[in-house]
Design a binder for this molecule. Structure first.
Ligand code: NAD
Length: 438
């Protein structure tokens, strides 16, 4: 039996890039936008509008902690674009949350919704703290107080949060309940759609919990079909074993693929026989991390990235795969469950090595797609069966995958640039119709 000790996420980021170098995630995303804009000859005025978020909200709010002290928290909500529909995007609780990262993530939501033909715009929010450092009661008070601070800046027809790193269905239940109790009795029941990713018992949809992992697996299945690759008997490695990583792993295991290495904020484990993804998921749900899971050999982060497998699924944070990691990666395809896990040097090196990349904007869009189904059900007071949700998601992912790969082939660009370009074209078409007010 092996155990692994704690390893801080911030240490890891610093280790990769040096303490003094800040990773400019928003600039990285903007560079992808520029590359895609070139391919589709995007109108410069549309490019200019989309080059910055529409609103950047920062709030400092007090919370009474269990020991009676008052702590001030810093919360953000970035609203990038609402030209296609209400702002939409997750809420992240993590000690590394920053304005720059959230601007990048909010913009990516805009591209994702446009690519998936979902009538939503892009947003993202978060609070800069480590949710593992506080009690459940404190977590609830932090969430409710943040929701209250956001006030009318969120709403089912205006800006709709969802879970992201460090938040889950429970967090969404607290956000929804707080919001419902501040809008007044008459409206209370009509505003359930203020968040998605809620527990099913509180108006969530079946299939949302696994939706992002499921969408990623649909993309991998399509990729495998395109490359005559047999998933049965294949292997994969996964970084991040939270919502996205664990669900993708369980679903891939059902297709006969085995997870030979796994890592999270507590460290990395290797098992050439393959981990039981179900059991590991149960373990993480009970203990909060993979640390202490029996049946795997502890390996270093470097050894994890060098592990030979057919597929690598980065499902943790942005900027995890740079030149050093890409140099040792020994896989055929990377499926980006996380947002921005490869930095530009990492991506360049992977492509030079012939590793295919299924880009985040496409590969992890299953989450927001099913969030949209949840919002529609809330609006109509309906509850769809799991089969219906699954079938719709599969069709949506397959269509998007086909559109992106066809575009990339036609324009001789990467799948990432193709995904961005399709999104930009769709947004540009709306601006052409409507122009700007006044
Ligand atoms: P989560 O909080 O459920 O899981 C995050 C995982 O990442 C955990 O296993 C954690 O231990 C690991 N992690 C954190 N810091 C790490 C580090 N420094 N090194 C290695 N592992 C680390 O979050 P999630 O919802 O699964 O989100 C993961 C990624 O997927 C994020 O990039 C998020 O933006 C993206 N995403 C999530 C959804 C969704 O529906 N939840 C949708 C689209 C994209």
């Amino acid at each position: 039996m092996s155990t692994i000790g704690p390893q801080s996420a911030t240490t890891e980021k610093a280790h990769q890039y040096g303490d003094e170098v800040r990773y400019e995630f928003f600039k990285v995303v903007q560079d992808y936008v520029d590359a895609a804009a070139n391919v589709v000859n995007l109108e410069p005025w549309v490019a200019a509008i989309l080059s910055q978020p529409k609103n950047e909200l920062i709030t400092h709010f007090p919370v009474k902690m269990d020991d009676g002290t008052i702590r001030i928290f810093k919360g953000y909500r970035i609203q990038h674009s609402n030209v296609l529909g209400p702002y939409k995007g997750g809420i992240r609780y993590h000690e590394s949350v920053s304005l720059d990262d959230l601007k990048a993530l909010a913009a990516m939501m805009t591209w994702k919704c446009a690519l998936m033909r979902i009538p939503f715009g892009g947003g993202k929010g978060g609070i800069k703290f480590n949710p593992r450092d506080v009690s459940r009661a404190e977590l609830q008070r932090i969430t409710r107080r943040f929701t209250h601070a956001l006030g009318g800046n969120i709403g089912p027809e205006y800006d709709i949060p969802a879970p992201d790193v460090g938040t889950n269905a429970q967090t969404m239940a607290w956000v929804m309940d707080t919001y419902m109790n501040t809008v007044g009795h008459v409206e209370k029941q009509a505003v359930k759609g203020v968040v998605t990713g809620k527990p099913v018992t509180s108006g969530g949809t079946l299939g949302r919990e696994k939706a992002t992992g499921q969408g990623l697996v649909h993309c991998i299945v399509e990729w495998a079909r395109d490359h005559n690759f047999d998933l049965e008997g294949s292997t994969f490695t996964v970084q991040g074993f939270g919502n996205v990583g664990s669900n993708a792993s369980v679903l891939l295991a059902r297709l006969g693929s085995s997870c030979v290495a796994v890592g999270d904020h507590t460290g990395y484990l290797y098992n050439p026989e393959g981990f039981n993804a179900h059991k590991l998921q149960d373990w993480v749900q009970a203990k909060g991390a993979i640390a202490g899971y029996p049946g795997g050999k502890i390996i270093t982060r470097e050894e994890f990235f060098a592990t030979k497998a057919d597929m690598f699924l980065p499902c943790a944070l942005e900027n995890q795969v740079g030149a050093a990691e890409a140099k040792v990666l020994d896989v055929r395809v990377v499926g980006e469950g996380a947002n921005g896990p490869l930095n530009p040097e990492g991506e360049k090196l992977c492509l030079e090595k012939g590793i295919d990349i299924l880009p985040d904007v496409l590969a992890n869009s299953g989450g927001v797609t099913v969030s949209y189904y949840e919002w529609v059900q809330n609006k109509r007071s309906e509850s769809w069966t799991l089969e219906e949700v699954d079938a719709r998601l599969e069709a949506a992912m397959r269509r998007a995958y086909r559109e992106v790969t066809a575009f990339a082939r036609e324009k001789h660009c990467t799948l990432r640039v193709a995904a961005y370009a399709l999104a930009l074209q769709r947004i540009e078409a709306v601006y052409r119709d409507r122009e700007i007010f006044p």
